[in-house]
Design a protein around this ligand. Structure first.
Ligand code: HMG
Ligand code: MG
Length: 298
């Protein structure tokens, strides 16, 4: 009943680092991404072209994106909130851009300083121009499973925002549990509704592990046939404009679970561990992943 193979999309260099207080040197980000490129990952979200005042950690986006080694077969993606971000992403020649918005009005305003209604035309133009430039486009909907400001978000609101994004022409939609409140039953109930409208091949799951439910939510999603998961090596991560948001589900924990279940990920565990130890040493404190705690730090 489980898929035989899943795709893991590594968001550590973006979602993982954006909330991190320790400033990571540009050189170290580049080294880390180059390590990640050799782990078998086929997708890495490397940075975001947002306002540096909002996300100071990623102020070096252009430099990171232009200086990393591009390994054939790996899609290098970056987040863009508007045309200004897209222009930089195009200059940097990323393969894919990700637009993002929230199903919650309040979180959308806090995160990108606009109402949901006013966000649609901005993203519509970004998607249109990105497609003209030959890029694939990913969309994110945040707060699908709950909002730090508004609490429960209706499935109808999630569907409304998702439909608008697909109408714009996005290739894939990632469903964000921004503050890690989801539980497996809720995941199944929401997916049941969404899968009536959107093909599962076009949906990805983006769990944060704030309350320790991320892997359980992955399992619930697998049972619904989902095959694409976002994660962050070592469990780094969080959204600075969502109080209480902590790390993404850890790539290393996810890989351990999936491989143990006989589901292939194409990832090389030892190389992943090496890359996790590298970024942990730069962050200077133990990362939240469970798997990493079983590894002897050299
Ligand atoms: P704003 O202040 O409303 O922007 O910010 P504006 O259009 O009014 O412009 C103000 C100034 O910003 C202008 O400069 C613009 O040029 C400049 P000035 O003329 O005053 O010198 N500007 C920019 N500079 C650099 N890059 C840009 C850019 N755009 C405008 N792209 C904005 C609006 C969207 C830019 C801002 O709110 C922002 O950068 N927000 C980003 C917040 C963010 O990155 N949040 C985290 C990512 S989302 C997330 O983590 C959730 C996710 O993981 C899924 C999940 O877990 O749910 C994806
Ligand atoms: Mg996130």
């Amino acid at each position: 009943k489980w898929p035989q193979r899943v795709t893991i999309k590594e968001v550590g260099p973006r979602d993982g680092l954006q909330n991190e207080e320790t400033t990571i040197a540009t050189e170290d980000k580049i080294t880390w991404i180059n390590q990640l490129s050799k782990t078998g990952l086929t997708y890495i979200e490397i940075t975001s072209f947002v306002h540096p005042k909002w996300i100071p950690q990623l102020a070096d986006a252009l430099e990171v994106a232009t200086r990393i080694e591009r390994v054939p077969g790996v899609t290098y993606a970056a987040l863009v909130p508007n045309m200004k971000g897209l222009e930089k992403a195009l200059t940097a020649q990323v393969n894919e851009v990700s637009v993002f918005m929230s199903a919650s009005e309040t979180h959308n305003r806090k995160n990108i300083n606009k109402s949901i209604e006013d966000t649609f035309p901005v993203l519509k133009e970004v998607v249109k121009v990105a497609k003209q430039e030959g890029k694939t486009v990913r969309g994110y909907v945040s707060t699908v499973f709950g909002c730090p400001y508004e609490g429960v978000i209706s499935v109808d609101q999630v569907i409304n925002v998702s439909e608008k994004l697909f109408e714009m022409g996005i290739d894939e939609l990632s469903l964000g549990d921004t503050i890690g409140v989801a539980t497996p039953r809720q995941v199944q109930e929401i997916l049941e509704q969404l899968l009536k409208r959107f093909p599962k091949e076009k949906l990805a799951m983006h769990f944060h592990d704030t309350r320790g439910t991320a892997l359980a939510n992955v399992l619930a999603s697998l049972e619904m046939g989902m095959t694409t998961f976002d994660s962050s090596l070592g469990g780094l991560g969080g959204c600075p404009y969502a109080p209480g948001a902590s790390g993404n589900v850890a790539t290393d924990d996810l890989v351990y679970m999936l491989q143990g279940m006989g589901i292939s990920t194409g990832l090389h565990v030892e190389r992943l561990t090496e890359a996790a130890l590298f970024i942990q040493s730069k962050i200077g404190r133990p990362l939240p992943s469970h798997y990493l705690q079983t590894v002897d730090v050299p």
